[in-house]
Design a protein around this ligand. Structure first.
Ligand SMILES: NC(=O)C1=CN([C@@H]2O[C@H](COP(=O)(O)OP(=O)(O)OC[C@H]3O[C@@H](n4cnc5c(N)ncnc54)[C@H](O)[C@@H]3O)[C@@H](O)[C@H]2O)C=CC1
Ligand SMILES: O=C(O)C1=N[C@H](C(=O)O)C[C@H](O)C1
Length: 265
């Protein structure tokens, strides 16, 4: 298999450090550099916990120019992730984006840029295969049970709410469900936010607690019955087979793919 040259942005983070391991362990992947907001000019091996000798860049354009990667894996923050994704496309580098917190407008802009540049990009709110199945099963269930609420639970260092997965699940359900208001028509929030966020009538609840990693339950209600579809990630290794799949697939597409469910048969 042809070698794929990769840059990782956010390599020191919880997900990024796991992605460094994945790239190192995969024979046809080659890590050529990492992007950080600190440590310009150092090697990754100078930092605690890494023994990989690749340069650290704080300037992503310079990084792309000097290392000519095929793929950028971005695992940073919502704000920075957007900038990196745009810069990757402008530099002819295929982005694989795990970073969440992008708005509909951001996605539309990136889709336009991807089409203009004619190179592939993958934005995946969740790389875990079990989470993809949870979303697909939820979409199936929503055809039969239209009353649904999403409860996503994450560690308390997470920046965005609702999670990318929660939002994507709501979007997938909304695509097959006629929009409706749930609960009592006269219901009133005594405390603002008590009923959660509202995506086309679907309620989304975000729990943030230390000890959690990434969990989501999609709860459906019908006459005298409920159905719960749940996924739990207990560690960040759970996301890595999806990252590998995304890197391999981004080399084969020439458009923006939003969600791994679009490349998993
Ligand atoms: N798609 C998926 O399956 C998953 C996505 N995520 C998402 O990935 C992102 C990262 O999550 P974590 O690793 O938990 O966060 P983290 O906070 O552990 O890591 C973020 C990293 O980004 C770096 N960073 C911040 N500003 C930067 C800049 N200007 N340039 C380069 N690097 C910069 C930080 O130094 C840090 O190392 C989040 O958006 C999260 O929602 C997390 C888990 C799974
Ligand atoms: O920040 C996280 O941790 C996660 N973020 C993604 C999201 O927002 O859905 C994926 C996963 O849930 C972990």
């Amino acid at each position: 298999m042809k070698e794929i040259k990769i840059v990782i942005a956010g390599a020191r983070g919880r997900m990024g450090s796991e992605a460094v391991k994945l790239v190192e362990e995969t024979t046809h992947f080659s890590l050529v550099a990492v992007v950080d907001h600190k440590h310009e000019g150092k090697s990754l091996k100078d930092l605690d916990g890494f023994d990989v000798d690749v340069p650290i860049y704080t300037d992503i354009d310079k990084c792309f120019f000097e290392t000519s990667p095929d793929v950028l894996i971005d695992l940073t923050t919502p704000e920075i992730g957007k900038i990196h994704t745009k810069k990757a496309l402008l530099n002819g580098v295929r982005p694989v984006v795990g970073t969440t917190g992008f708005s509909e407008d951001d996605l539309a802009e990136l889709q336009e840029l991807t089409t203009e540049k004619g190179i592939g990009a993958i934005i995946a709110p969740n790389f875990a295969i079990g989470a993809i199945l949870m979303m697909k099963f939820s979409q199936m269930a929503a055809k039969y049970l239209q009353d649904v609420e999403i409860i996503e639970q994450h560690h308390d260092q997470k920046l965005d709410a609702p999670s990318g997965t929660g939002l994507k699940t709501a979007e997938m359900i909304a695509a097959v469900r006629e929009e409706k208001q749930q609960g009592h028509p006269d219901e009133k929030e005594i405390l603002t936010g008590a009923r959660g966020a509202n995506y086309k009538g679907i309620r989304l609840h975000s729990v943030r607690l230390p000890g959690l990693i990434a969990h989501q339950e999609v709860m459906f209600g019908g006459d005298g019955q409920t159905l719960k579809i749940r996924h739990d990630s207990y560690n960040r290794a759970s996301f890595m087979s999806g990252v590998k799949l995304a890197v391999e697939n981004v080399m084969k597409v020439d458009l923006l793919v939003y969600g791994l469910e679009n490349i998993i048969e």
